[in-house]
Design a binder for this molecule. Sequence first.
Ligand SMILES: NC(=O)c1ccc[n+]([C@@H]2O[C@H](COP(=O)([O-])OP(=O)(O)OC[C@H]3O[C@@H](n4cnc5c(N)ncnc54)[C@H](O)[C@@H]3O)[C@@H](O)[C@H]2O)c1
Length: 339
Amino acid sequence: MFRVALFGCGRIGQVHARSIAGHDDAELAWVCDPVLPAAQSLAARHGGRATDSVTRVLSDPGLDAVVIASPTPTHIDLLTQATLAGKPVLCEKPIDLDLARIDACWAEIAGLRPFVMMGFNRRFDPTFTNIHRRVADGEIGTLRALRLTSRDPEPPPRAYVAASGGLFRDMTIHDFDVARYFLGEIAEVQAFTSGDGHEMLTAEGDAHQAMVLLRARSGALCTITNSRSCAFGHDQRLEAFGDNGMLEAGNQTSSSVRAYGPGGTETADPYLKFFVERYRDAYRAEFDEFVRAVREQRPPSPGFADGRAALALADAAAESAATGRAVAVSPALTDGVLT
Ligand SMILES: NC(=O)c1ccc[n+]([C@@H]2O[C@H](COP(=O)([O-])OP(=O)(O)OC[C@H]3O[C@@H](n4cnc5c(N)ncnc54)[C@H](O)[C@@H]3O)[C@@H](O)[C@H]2O)c1
């Protein structure tokens, strides 16, 4: 069995614990969180030994890999320690909020030829991968435009927002990665935000909505629409438009049953509520790819360089929103030179 340690037992840590415990070839060996009762509770549900000691976990000679699901400011330190201990890592996004720190981290670990896979789970969503494959197979001809809609049902807790780096670096970063996954490198970014009078987000200096326009180096265009809240659930849609047609992935409901009555026709169940429900299969497929890539000694994808590139696009969007100008993206900032 592939023995995995999980750092962080919060919202996404619980999702990863389920994927690890439910995997045929993996088991949860350690659950580590400075809040020990949180680690103990998760270990009781999904297995493994609970601890608050990183050193204890990383000194386990039988440990095969590490999943980092702790808050963003802790990623670099845990990633560096795990890599120096020789453990392959699946790290949640973003790697960090500061490109200089990311580069310093890479400079420290690069010589070890580390295995660092990024938790960009949307690359593993069955509907998005289906569209990606069909675009690659030429079904809609040359891809000209991508339209991404990502609205969360509600903002995260205030403490999370305060450490998140803002909407572009925390939330849109998934869309920047999907844009790169479909369109390759991005040449230019234009972004707008609005606070919409949201008290907590405004107090934290964050935005409630964002709209971003990307121009890829290929000439293809991409629009991203984000909101931190959405009355009808987790609004996650993707549209790929090409010379010969279009492929579209819509929102998902818990069943395909439609109701017909005096109050409405073709009434469907509500959309899946949030990332835990909407991307359940994607998180499982992401973890499965992590195990297989480590076992088969393949390079991780998405890797460290993809994490860095997505943050560079988030920085460009923040600059554009602040200045009101389009921001050109230097190839040196986003090309996959690191892995
Ligand atoms: N891929 C996704 O869909 C997705 C979704 C949500 C969050 N995230 C990312 O996952 C990370 C965690 O987000 P969350 O919403 O689960 O946060 P959270 O606040 O719900 O949980 C974080 C947990 O980590 C623990 N922790 C704090 N410091 C730690 C350390 N040094 N070592 C181990 N554990 C530590 C906390 O006690 C807490 O239990 C963030 O980087 C976030 O951007 C990704």
